[in-house]
Ligand binder design. Sequence first.
Ligand code: DHB
Length: 528
Amino acid sequence: MSRLHFCLLSSALLSSCSMITGTKTYSLNFDGQTYRSGTTTVNGKAVRYRAYENLVYVQRPEDVTTEIMNIYVPEEYFEGKAVGSYTAQTAPIFLPNQIGGYLPAQPGTVEGGGLGGMGLAAGGQAPTTANTPAATPTTAAASAPAGSSSGTTSSAPNAIQTALSRGYVVASPGARGRSSKNAAGEYVGKAPAAIVDLKAAVRYLRYNDQRIPGNAERIISNGTSAGGALSALLGATGNNADYEPYLRALGAAPARDDIFAVSDYAGITNLDHADAAYEWQFNGVNDYTKMQITVVSGQVQRTQIPGTLTTDQINVSNDLKAAFTPYLNGLALRNGDTVLNLDAAGNGSFKTYVASLVQASAQRALDAGTDLSSFTYLTMQGGRVTAVDFDAYVKAAGRQKTPPAFDGLSLENAENELFGTRTVNARHFTAYSQQHTAVTATQADAQTVGLMNPMNYIGTPGTKTAAHWRIRQGTADRDTSLAIPVILGTKLSSSGYDVDLALPWNVPHSGDYDLTELFAWMDRVVAQ
Ligand code: DHB
């Protein structure tokens, strides 16, 4: 039987056949008539909504299982009512992605969404190597089962439920990831696919702004870890023409893709400098505890594997640490009037600034009544945290990744797979790891690597970078260096953007753990 006949015989297989033949196109017009009505309970209150689910947001998807979006709208907006101070015309659009591990991601749902970006997409294979994502949501919001639509659960509401209860329209896009394949077996989710998908989703929302309640000029993106990185990238790169050819190939809606604000939790970003940043922080800490993630009978299992760096790894650490100072100094970052720089040993005003953010975090915890007496690297006097011994803090936090933390010399990491091609699963993306490779390997081109780094785009000509930023990375997060969010936040604020940067006390690699504060921040920036 010919492929065409097989496709015609089975309508259920139409979409997968179309991926082979490239014939099926999807409408970009939002259909307001097809929806499901739902009710969820948030803090004891019934929240009614309309659900528009699995909307394909491009005309020619490469992977119809992920290039889809779920849109949820408070029912009040169809009754001409307000929710708080928002109406169908003014409501901001909350755009949470569920991307984790740079894997393919499904759109979030009211009942099951809000895993703080840690959910593995259906079809997304869990990483099995040691340096790969160590997603350990441990806080209530991140790990609690999501509330059910019958409203019988008392668990903390997830981000989508919280958003609806506060009058936000929710649009949660899925996106291709590093293991996405088409029916022909080619990889279709390698860089820059995920950011192209998020941009296409934003274009769909803006193209349909008159048909969908909410204000597409008030889109606020949210994500955790790889999802935080993509949230930041989306906010940094608004309308930049570099992404245009990819968007055009998918048949993205003809509309702008800049957004209003970014929430970024634990963003695994600035990947081409993250190896150096990690060794700037962890050089000299030779014992490590890697997180190994495997899937056993469909369940994600995380195992801690202790080890000690080899002499070769220590040499790599020294090389990478040495590369951080020239990179950091080249950024010419400022905190107010202070130039942030480092000497050859990695000390200087940048390090002092990072330590001051840890100190401010400890102070907030102390003010909230947290017992900090076991944190011996803190100096406290009369209810004040007066100093942080940063090197002792780093030792206490402990190393999680072996050098290079991201561009693995054996192509073993999530990020190596992110930078693969349609036919090559994994590549290097830094000159250092290519030069020191332990396997036969090629290096991703500079253009592709550049498309994944928000630092390249902030405030550049032809780009509309988001005006408002909320950046969080817990002080117990060892998945990337604290330098990464600090560099991102400082670059943004010194470029004139509104930045709320904090390192929440003793919070591990996770997101969505402070939804009350997150939504208060969103309400505030929208009201400005
Ligand atoms: C994630 C975590 C990592 O440590 C990493 O390198 C990439 C992604 C994540 O949890 O998404």
